[in-house]
Design a protein around this ligand. Structure first.
Ligand code: SF4
Length: 465
C-alpha cells in the first residue's frame, strides 16, 4: 500500500509543469495606496492621447498629488507591450501596457532606483475597464502581468470603471474615483475634444499651418491655467470665449475640400497620435477636411450601452433584489448622461465653434441604433458596437470618403469592418469606403491606401462641382 502511494506521488510530480505562473491564473496583487503615503508616491497617467492627460494634470495639481503625465502613445510602446504581454492581444492592449512599461524603465534609468523602490514610489492611473465581451475588460490584469513579469513586482494601478479597485474605495485611500474626479476627467476630455475640433477646422484651410499649431498650443495653456484654478467651473467659460476669438482670427483660405469621416474601434479612431498613424492629421495635410473624433460621443455611447444593459436586466431579473440593482444602475446612467450633456452643451456655447467652422455635433445614439438595427443588433456590445455600421448609413450621402479604422487583433471590429460593412456597401454603393487595420507599424502601406481613398474623394468633389 505504502509503495503504491509513493509511486503515485512520484508519477504526479512528473506530470506537474516545472514552471507555473500562479498569479496569471488567479490574479495579481494590487496593493492599496493609503493617505499616509500620498506625498511619497507619484501618479503616472495618460489616456488614449496627449491632450486629455495634458488637461487632467489640473486635477492632480489642485489636489496636491505628485504626478507625471506620460503623454502620447508612440509606436515603440507596441514593442514593449509585445515583449512582456500575452500572445495575440489586440494592439491597443500592447500600446497601453507597453507605454507604462517603457516609462518605468525610463524612470529606472533616470533615477537609479531599484524596481522594488519604483513599485513603492509610483502608481499608474488610466482607463481600461469592463466594456463588453472584448479584451477591454482584460486590460487591468494584463497591465499587472506585464509589470510583474518585467520585475516591477506588486506595482499598483488605478483603473477607472474596473473591478481591479474597490468601489467605493476604502476611506483611508490616497485617491478615490469620486464625483469630483469624474467631473474633472470629463472636463479634461471635453477640453481636449475642443482643441481637436479647432485643429480639424483650421489646419486644412489655414494659410499658415504653423500659425495654427502656435494658436492651438497657446489655447491649451490658457485653458489649462483656468482649469488649474480652484474656481475652474467659473473660469473655464471665460477662457473658452477667449480661445474662440483666437481660433476665429486665424486666416483661412476659401477652399472647397472633400469631407472625410473616420470611425472605428475607440483607440484606433480616437488616438490622435501614432496609435492610429496620426490619421486625421494625415488627411488634413493631404488637402481634405476631416470630421473630428469626439471622445464625448464615446462617453455618451458607454452610458447608452450601460443603460441598455440595465433595461435588459430589469426585464429579465429573477428576483426583486436583482431588479432593484438594475433600476439603480439605470438611474445612475441617466444622471451621468444628463451631466455629460449639460457640461458639453454649456461649454460648446462658450466656445461657439461655428465662429471658426468647428464641427462639434454629437450624434443621437437612439437614432443611430435604429438606423443600424437591420444590419447589426444595437445590443451586441464590444468595440464600437453598432455605431460604425449606423454611421456609414448616416453619412452615406453627405461625406466624400468614409474610413473604418480597426486595430490589429480586434475581435469586435473584425466582424464589423470586414463583415457587416460589406453588406452596407452593397446597399449604399455611393459610399467611398475604406477599411484599414492599425498595427503600430506598416504605416507607409496603410497611409498609401488612405491616399487612394482621398484621391477618389477629390475626384468626386471635382465631378460634383
Ligand atoms: S474593441 Fe478591439 S481593440 Fe478595443 S479592446 Fe476590444 S478587442 Fe481590443
Amino acid at each position: 500500500m505504502i509503495t503504491k502511494e509513493i509511486s503515485s506521488t512520484k508519477k504526479d510530480s512528473r506530470l506537474k509543469p516545472k514552471f507555473v505562473k500562479e498569479q496569471q491564473w488567479s490574479g495579481y496583487k494590487n496593493p492599496p495606496w493609503f493617505k499616509k503615503d500620498k506625498k511619497k508616491v507619484t501618479v503616472l497617467f495618460n489616456f488614449v492621447e496627449r491632450c486629455k492627460s495634458f488637461f487632467l494634470q489640473a486635477f492632480f495639481h489642485r489636489h496636491g498629488y505628485l504626478y507625471r503625465d506620460l503623454g502620447d502613445h508612440v509606436s515603440e510602446d507596441v514593442r514593449w507591450g509585445k515583449e512582456y504581454g500575452n500572445r495575440m492581444e489586440c494592439n491597443p492592449m500592447y500600446f497601453t501596457s507597453g507605454c507604462i512599461l517603457k516609462n518605468l524603465f525610463k524612470i529606472e534609468k533616470e533615477t537609479g532606483l531599484s524596481k522594488e523602490e519604483i513599485s513603492k514610489r509610483y502608481i499608474f492611473l488610466g482607463g481600461g475597464g469592463q466594456c463588453g465581451p472584448c479584451r477591454y475588460g482584460m486590460y487591468p490584469q494584463e497591465y499587472l502581468k506585464v509589470l510583474n513579469d518585467a520585475g516591477f513586482k506588486d506595482f499598483r494601478i488605478l483603473i477607472f470603471s474596473s473591478d481591479i479597485v474597490q468601489d467605493p474605495m476604502p476611506k483611508r485611500s490616497a485617491f478615490s474615483f469620486n464625483v469630483i474626479f469624474k467631473i474633472n476627467i470629463l472636463l479634461a476630455a471635453i477640453l481636449a475634444d475642443f482643441i481637436h475640433v479647432a485643429e480639424c477646422a483650421l489646419r486644412p484651410y489655414a494659410k499658415d499651418k504653423e500659425q495654427v499649431m502656435r494658436v492651438l498650443s497657446e489655447a491649451e495653456e490658457i485653458l489649462l491655467e483656468a482649469f488649474k484654478s480652484r474656481i475652474y467651473l467659473l473660469k473655464l467659460p471665460g477662457a473658452l470665449k477667449r480661445v474662440s476669438k483666437m481660433f476665429a482670427s486665424v486666416p483661412r483660405a476659401d477652399l472647397q475640400l472633400p469631407k472625410i469621416y473616420v470611425t472605428g474601434e475607440f483607440f484606433a479612431n480616437l488616438a490622435h497620435n501614432e496609435g492610429n498613424y496620426n490619421l486625421r492629421r494625415f488627411i488634413m495635410d493631404e488637402g481634405c477636411e476631416v470630421y473630428p473624433g469626439l471622445f464625448t460621443q464615446r462617453i455618451l455611447y458607454d452610458n447608452w450601452r450601460r443603460a441598455c444593459e440595465a433595461r435588459r436586466g430589469i426585464k429579465y431579473a429573477s428576483s426583486r433584489k436583482e431588479r432593484r440593482f438594475h433600476r439603480s444602475s439605470l438611474r445612475k446612467q441617466n444622471v451621468s448622461t444628463t451631466i455629460v450633456t449639460w457640461f458639453y452643451r454649456s461649454y460648446v456655447k462658450a466656445l461657439n465653434p461655428s465662429a471658426f467652422g468647428g464641427k462639434f455635433d454629437v450624434l443621437d445614439l437612439d437614432h443611430l441604433a435604429e438606423l443600424g438595427r437591420p444590419h447589426y443588433h444595437p445590443e451586441i456590445f464590444g468595440g464600437e458596437g453598432n455605431l460604425e455600421v449606423a454611421e456609414a448609413i448616416y453619412y452615406a450621402d453627405t461625406v466624400d470618403g468614409f474610413i473604418s479604422s480597426k486595430p490589429f487583433g480586434c475581435m469586435p471590429s473584425s466582424g464589423v469592418s470586414d463583415g457587416v460593412q460589406t453588406r452596407i456597401l452593397s446597399l449604399y454603393p455611393q459610399l467611398n469606403f475604406l477599411s484599414i487595420e492599425t498595427s503600430g507599424d506598416n504605416e507607409v502601406s496603410i497611409l498609401s491606401r488612405v491616399s487612394m481613398l482621398l484621391f477618389k474623394a477629390k475626384q468626386k468633389v471635382k465631378r460634383d462641382g
